[in-house]
Design a protein. Structure first.
Length: 305
């Protein structure tokens, strides 16, 4: 049962103005069975689930919300709130209880001086960096972060699965936004961390097109970009932590963390990098609603009948 929490709920919808500018897409046994000692779902306390003004984040939030409802919890949705300066105060004040976040970016918000980059390092530091009344549940394998991608044909022809596999391949050109040229994970980072030498071309918004047309061989693309699936790209592994890891992670009011952990941790474990990309494709390409996407995902992954 939930501990009593006597807190007001602010109307957050006004912060969502402009949310329509987001990308198109209105966008064995029961693992979620209520636990008689923990999240029984019998409390009158309502869990408020929030989301960013970002279609991919809203889909994950809707998955959380439906999973909790399937387990017997009362849920209120406060979606499309905005960015961290808008929703983190709401979490810290107890107006929102659960929010899909991203480990690396969240850690940098609270600790700008962190040097952690790998998934495990970032997750470990994040737990200590959060305010006392907030905590994180298990991080998901799914990520939404900088990544290097090649075409499937290039990956097969060169037997490439990891950034490290690029070492020794000559004539490589990296494409991305102009600022990538000076970023620590850009050309200099590729050489110092992985021994990979590249030329650089500022391709901006045409980066994916430049990759598929063969103008460049490596593209800097966010790891949850739906074009990874639709354009048959291969995201290269980053075993040395060149990029700041940003795994999807549930940020939660510490007071209710134990009550919902079994439900939400099961969801996080099932959400894969490829799976998140596929969810985003359903929003941007198939133009399904977040509600329909979440319902289908939960059914396909055995979380609902």
């Amino acid at each position: 049962m939930f501990a009593a929490r006597n807190k007001g709920r602010l109307a957050l919808g006004a912060v969502a103005v402009g949310a329509s500018l987001a990308l198109a897409g209105c966008a064995s046994g029961d693992p979620l069975a209520p636990d008689s000692e923990g999240g029984s779902g019998e409390s009158n306390e309502t869990i408020v689930v929030g989301s960013q003004a970002y279609y991919s984040n809203e889909i994950i939030a809707e998955i959380y919300a439906q999973a909790l409802e399937n387990a017997g919890f009362d849920v209120e949705r406060e979606f499309q709130i905005g960015q961290r300066d808008a929703y983190l105060p709401a979490l810290e004040n107890g107006e929102v209880d659960l929010f899909p976040e991203y480990t690396g970016n969240l850690l940098q918000f609270y600790d700008a001086e962190t040097t952690a980059t790998t998934s495990d390092e970032v997750y470990a530091e994040l737990a200590d960096a959060l305010p006392e009344n907030l905590t994180v549940l298990d991080q998901s394998p799914a990520t939404d972060q900088d990544s290097y991608n090649v075409t499937a044909d290039f990956a097969e022809e060169n037997d490439v699965e990891s950034i490290a596999d690029l070492a020794g391949i000559e004539g490589l050109t990296l494409g991305g936004n102009a600022e990538l040229a000076e970023r620590p994970y850009g050309p200099s980072g590729l050489e110092s961390v992985y021994g990979v030498t590249v030329d650089f071309q500022a391709t901006g918004d045409t980066t994916v097109e430049a990759l598929t047309e063969g103008t460049i061989e490596i593209a800097n693309v966010y790891s949850a970009d739906p074009r990874i699936q639709t354009q048959d790209l291969v995201t290269l592994d980053d075993p040395e932590g060149l990029f700041l890891a940003s795994n999807v992670v549930p940020l939660v009011n510490a007071e209710i963390a134990d009550d919902i952990a079994d439900v939400i941790n099961e969801v996080s474990a099932a959400l894969t990098p490829e799976g998140l990309v596929a969810l985003n494709v359903q929003s941007t390409e198939d133009e399904l609603s977040s509600e329909d996407i979440a319902t289908q995902w939960l059914e396909e992954n055995g979380f609902s009948e």
